[in-house]
Design a protein around this ligand. Structure first.
Ligand SMILES: *Cc1c(COP(=O)(O)O)cnc(C)c1O
Length: 363
């Protein structure tokens, strides 16, 4: 990437050259309303801050538990599965990257939607996995037939990102059932915000894996915890690859903090409920301002305006210290992805947009 065209050194021909994933901006300035990376606007569960305060630094001398048993058993208990059915990693990005390496090891292309999490093609490229995108329909829904063709694996987020569109679990089940020769990964990063999980089906299909994260609904993007749930055999293969790569991915404070978060279900349900309520309120407000959007079941909205280009709104918002996400990419270059913040943050967003659109009309 940063190699000058004129000065390619001889060793550079042996370099694995990739175009990295571009994450949303993390502004250093104060006073920004940050609605650009789908973080939770509320703090983690109170038990998490207690754990962090009481952290015994003397213990950092030792390597952490490489099986993260405490966290794994808390998750196993929560989801009603065996600990052997759970794999934890450093954010679901780590879990997904390991999964690509483990399960997508064939010659046929892996399949995923054309509009989706923009890390999938990056992992496919870095691991040299052939891949093919399947175009979503006009309503940003997947077309089932696309996934009934020969493939080396399938990954579909539900709800999808950045569209927020939930997929019918019966349709997803048909895809899993029709592909016994492939591992099908359902990326459920946003499933807690009102979408149906595929978890109940993991005992029925040995090729199905569900991946979730603490980054969005558990308000812990900074701690980096993600996990996969599937049958023991599939999880076993994933562990073999992980232990061939880096045994100690989960650090001790993360294991402790993650466990505390899982144990406080009441708090989890409370913040998720608040975000859903704010999301529905924001939908009403934006509709009255001439925005159209998918019926998002995530912690963000994917919006387009009836007359004002998304790029212009994005710029105006940013100048006003309100950060949202915009991609100048085919099919979505007139859309914005807006993370659901607190009621107050969303009111300020709506207020700004109301004035902005009014003034624009007067010009
Ligand atoms: C945020 C996100 C992830 C990864 O999040 P982590 O912070 O690495 O757990 C994975 N998939 C999708 C679709 C996401 O939006």
């Amino acid at each position: 990437m940063n190699a000058g065209i004129m000065t390619e050194a001889k060793w550079e021909k042996n370099v694995r050259k990739v175009t990295p994933y571009v994450a949303g901006e993390q502004p250093k300035t104060e006073g920004v309303i940050k609605l650009n990376t789908n973080e939770c606007p509320y703090p983690p569960a109170p038990g998490v801050s207690a754990v962090m305060k009481e952290l015994d630094c003397e213990k950092l001398r030792l390597y952490p538990d490489m099986n993260a048993e405490k966290l794994v058993s808390a998750l196993a208990q929560y989801y009603g599965v065996k600990p052997e059915q759970i794999f934890v990693g450093v954010g679901s990005d780590d879990v997904l990257a390991m999964s690509f390496m483990t399960f997508f090891n064939g010659d046929k292309p892996i399949l995923f939607p054309d509009i989706t999490y923009s890390f999938y093609d990056v992992w496919a490229e870095v691991f040299r996995i052939p891949w093919k995108v399947c175009p979503l329909d006009e309503e940003f829904r997947i077309k089932k037939e696309d996934y009934l063709k020969p493939n080396g694996g399938i990954i579909i987020p539900n709800p999808n990102a950045p569209t927020g569109v939930p997929e019918n679990t019966e349709v997803l089940e048909e895809i899993v059932a029709a592909n016994p020769d492939s591992v099908v990964i359902i990326d459920e990063a946003y499933v807690d915000f009102g979408c149906k999980s595929m978890l109940p089906l993991i005992s029925k299909y040995d090729n199905l894996m569900v991946v979730q994260t603490f980054s969005k609904s558990r308000a812990m993007a900074g701690i980096r915890i993600g996990y996969a749930i599937a049958n023991e055999k599939l999880i076993g293969y994933l562990k073999d690859v992980k232990f061939s790569f880096n045994s100690y991915t989960m650090n001790m404070p993360s294991i402790e903090a993650g466990t505390a978060a899982v144990r406080d279900d009441a708090y989890f349900k409370e913040i998720v409920g608040k975000i859903i309520k704010t999301r529905e309120w924001t939908k009403q407000q934006l509709a009255s301002l001439g925005f159209r959007f998918t019926d998002s079941k995530s912690n963000f909205l994917f919006v387009t305006h009836e007359s004002v280009p998304a790029a212009e709104i994005f710029k105006a918002l940013k100048e006003h210290n309100i950060y949202v996400r915009y991609w100048n990419k085919p099919r979505i270059s007139n859309h914005l992805r807006i993370t659901i913040g607190t009621d107050e943050q969303m009111s300020r967003l709506v207020k700004f947009l109301t004035n902005y659109l009014k003034e624009r009309d007067n010009d």
